[in-house]
Design a protein around this ligand. Structure first.
Ligand SMILES: Cc1cc2nc3c(=O)[nH]c(=O)nc-3n(C[C@H](O)[C@H](O)[C@H](O)COP(=O)(O)OP(=O)(O)OC[C@H]3O[C@@H](n4cnc5c(N)ncnc54)[C@H](O)[C@@H]3O)c2cc1C
Length: 293
């Protein structure tokens, strides 16, 4: 996204970031995804008091849309000082769980959680970007010769809130369409010989790149995540601006490039979220001032 933006391609719908409601929440452990299929099978969300907090909150209860469940979990966690909620599947039976969910079962076992006898601690996690580089249905962007497909692209097929599993299909469908369009295209693509390489500068030793990336992540989670307000988004954008890297051109260093790009895209998300004053799909404004998106 950052590269396309720098090159002048149009980006759209960056405010639509989907949060998956149930990632494993254990200190020092990666936020491993606990699939919706577990709730489909009958697993229940419970809070610290063991209450089924989704019951009565939405007609579909535990199977409400991702943004609804993610927000409810976030709110429960806020009520309990940041403590996670739990996915309770003990009633599904000790035999079924390892057979029906072998990967999740083994991952949880590896982290010391036996889902047959213990509820799984879960919390929402950033999951999917509906927005991206604007393309037509053949992957062409408004920059001649630049094609995009998959999660980085924005065709509009996911609207403001992707349905589960549509992303892999998107990759297949638009990947093929883009490949065909590129083959048929008459745009002259640069060869490596005339691509215009430059001597990369060195990273700046005084900059804690990883630290800036962590700070950007914290800012985004706090102010541009599941709950958003104008004040929070303005503050987040200003704080991110202070983290921006001074490099005119990036050193040949992955951490530097990823940090710079993440900060740039984070700012674009904040600005897009600020501009959309109503809540829509995955984008939730606590201070929504208009009915219409
Ligand atoms: C935990 C999890 C579970 C998911 N489960 C599902 C699911 O069940 N069904 C579903 O439909 N979707 C699912 N999704 C979403 C789906 O996986 C992604 O949307 C999809 O994989 C995106 O594919 P992509 O090829 O567009 O991008 P990516 O898979 O992100 O591929 C982009 C590639 O580009 C490489 N790259 C990035 N920058 C550069 C660079 N500068 N130079 C060279 N290479 C670069 C990256 O390393 C990466 O390999 C899930 C997502 C997550 C996070």
């Amino acid at each position: 996204l950052a590269m396309a933006h720098r090159a002048g391609a149009t980006l759209r719908d960056l405010e639509f970031v989907q949060f998956h409601p149930t990632a494993l929440h254990l200190a020092g452990v990666p936020a491993f995804l606990i699939s919706e299929s577990m709730r489909g099978e009958g697993a229940r969300l419970i809070n610290q008091e063991g209450e089924r907090f989704m019951v009565g909150r939405h007609p579909d209860g535990d199977l409400a849309p991702r943004d609804v469940v993610a927000r409810a979990i976030y709110n429960e966690m806020a009520r309990h000082g940041g403590q996670p909620v739990f996915l309770d599947c003990r009633h599904l039976g000790a035999e079924l769980l390892p057979k029906r969910f072998p990967t999740i079962f083994q991952a949880c076992q590896g982290y010391g959680i036996d889902m047959r006898s213990q509820p799984i601690p879960v919390a929402p996690a950033a999951h999917f970007m509906m927005g991206g580089v604007v393309t037509d249905l053949d992957g062409a962007t408004d920059l001649p010769g630049l094609y995009a497909c998959g999660e980085v692209a924005c065709t509009g097929v996911h609207g403001a809130n992707r349905l589960a599993s549509n992303s892999l299909l998107e990759g297949l469908v638009f990947g093929e369409r883009a490949a065909r369009a590129i083959l048929a295209s008459e745009v002259a693509f640069p060869t490596l010989r005339n691509a215009g390489f430059y001597e990369p500068p060195a990273p700046i030793l005084e900059i804690d790149y990883a630290g800036r990336q962590r700070q950007a992540r914290t800012i985004m989670w706090e102010f541009a995540g599941i709950h958003r307000t104008a004040d929070g988004l303005i503050a987040a954008d200003a704080a991110l601006a202070k983290l921006e890297l001074p490099h005119e051109r990036y050193p040949a260093d992955r951490l530097v490039a990823e940090t710079g790009n993440a900060i740039m895209v984070s700012r674009l998300i904040c600005q897009a979220a600020l501009a959309r004053t109503a809540s829509l799909g995955s984008h939730h404004r606590d201070d929504a001032v208009t009915e219409q998106p």
